[in-house]
Write a protein that binds this ligand. Structure first.
Ligand SMILES: C[S@@+](CC[C@H](N)C(=O)[O-])C[C@H]1O[C@@H](n2cnc3c(N)ncnc32)[C@H](O)[C@@H]1O
Length: 373
């Protein structure tokens, strides 16, 4: 079976996934549509990039004037520091530049900046980018890049997937606006979930039909169905944009049916014909296994799939917690012991449903509640 999950062993080593231009365009346009001035007079930093050919750098440089940017900064990570060793060849752009330094090309990161019309052609665009070698390798955690972070208003990138937690913490500690790509499973991380719960971070507008395509040198290592030999791209279903910039889709409420109608007409056989929704044995909440089966008229807490977040509107629902080992929601009403079940440890990690004398564990669930007007 095709494994479209980013957390497989191969991809855990590989941080080299390059974002497609139209995916960046689609995402960023959603913020512009919601607030045409979102980037006006702002300094945008694109770290963990490869500015010579990155679509992030290209996109923001091309739209510099239209977005009203003050400054664009883009930095790369030195080839020798990358975890996954890739055959390195300096670009012609670099080699043909008088600054080219054979000793620095693999050991130093690069910085590209754009803030004025260098070429004198009357506009500020991709031709006005200026570059030099960084003092260090471009590690986002270095003092050199931290200084750029502190100078920036908005940080935008597809960070190394293996360092997602650290990268997010790096942004949060500087209290910056951001738009970054990550694995949807990150929502459940204990460093990440509190941001979601307190509405300090949410999902972005999203990849087209939920499919994120990337180019990667190791594409062929992926299974058929993930790697497409025709496009040369890999496709992941569990990758999304995380942000704290607002966009319109976030304020569109989900169209839902009342509980009685779900029980009668739901397209899901797990719901249709039941007398009631299952109530967890260990949480004061009902189990709703599908986002489109959330009852519109239920006022208690509900456990819903993590993917609900993609449809979450803060005016419609509040997020009260996540089913986890801790009681981050205040809704946990029971801790199992060996006397209850041999797999009590597993049961305590999730919402459990009691069927007769047996317990059934559910997937990780977000605990939500209808927002009362
Ligand atoms: C997922 S790729 C995305 C590249 C580019 N932003 C894009 O979307 O096309 C992440 C990049 O971060 C680089 N990287 C890995 N560790 C890093 C670190 N500690 N500091 C900065 N960049 C890093 C990787 O080598 C890789 O090129």
């Amino acid at each position: 079976m095709a494994n479209s999950n980013l957390s497989n062993a191969k991809s855990a080593k590989n941080d080299e996934f390059y974002t497609q231009y139209h995916d960046i365009e689609k995402e960023i346009n959603a913020y512009i549509e919601y607030n045409p001035d979102v980037f006006r007079n702002k300094t945008v930093l694109l770290p963990c990039d490869d500015p010579e050919w990155s679509n992030f750098t290209k996109f923001f440089a091309q739209n510099f004037e239209q977005f009203g940017l003050k400054k664009l900064i883009s930095t790369s990570y030195a080839a020798d520091s990358k975890k996954y060793k890739i055959p390195y060849q300096p670009s012609l752009f670099e080699v043909n530049d008088p600054q080219f330094d054979y000793n620095k090309t693999t050991t130093h990161g690069k910085i590209f900046t754009l803030d004025h019309d260098k070429s004198g052609d009357g506009k500020v665009d991709v031709n006005d980018l200026e570059w030099h070698y960084l003092k260090g390798d471009g590690d986002f955690n270095s003092d050199e890049i931290k200084k750029l972070r502190d100078e920036a208003d908005i940080i935008i990138t597809n960070p190394p997937f293996s360092l997602f937690r650290d990268f997010l913490a790096w942004i949060v500690e500087a209290d910056k606006q951001f738009v970054i790509i990550g694995n949807m499973n990150a929502i459940t991380y204990k460093e990440v979930f509190p941001l979601i719960k307190s509405d300090k971070m949410w999902l972005g507008n999203g990849f087209h039909a939920g499919n994120a395509y990337f180019s990667t040198l190791f594409a062929k290592e992926y299974a058929e169905g993930v790697y497409n030999p025709e496009t040369g791209l890999v496709k992941f279903r569990n990758v999304c944009w995380f942000t704290n910039l607002d966009h319109g889709r976030r304020h569109k409420p989900l169209g839902l049916m009342p509980m009685a109608d779900n029980l009668k007409y739901s397209k899901h056989k797990e719901i249709q014909g039941k007398e009631s929704y299952d109530h967890y044995d260990n949480y004061d909440a009902i189990e709703v296994p599908f986002t489109d089966a959330i009852p519109s008229d239920y006022e208690g807490a509900m456990g819903v799939p993590i993917s609900f977040l993609d449809k979450y509107s803060p005016e419609q629902f509040e997020i009260v917690g996540i089913t986890d080992r801790d009681d981050n929601s205040g809704l946990k009403i029971k801790e199992y012991t060996e006397r209850d079940a041999p797999n009590h440890g597993d049961l305590n990690r999730r919402g459990a449903i009691k069927i007769g004398n047996e317990y059934k564990s559910t997937y990780a669930r977000l605990l939500i509640r209808k927002k009362l007007k």
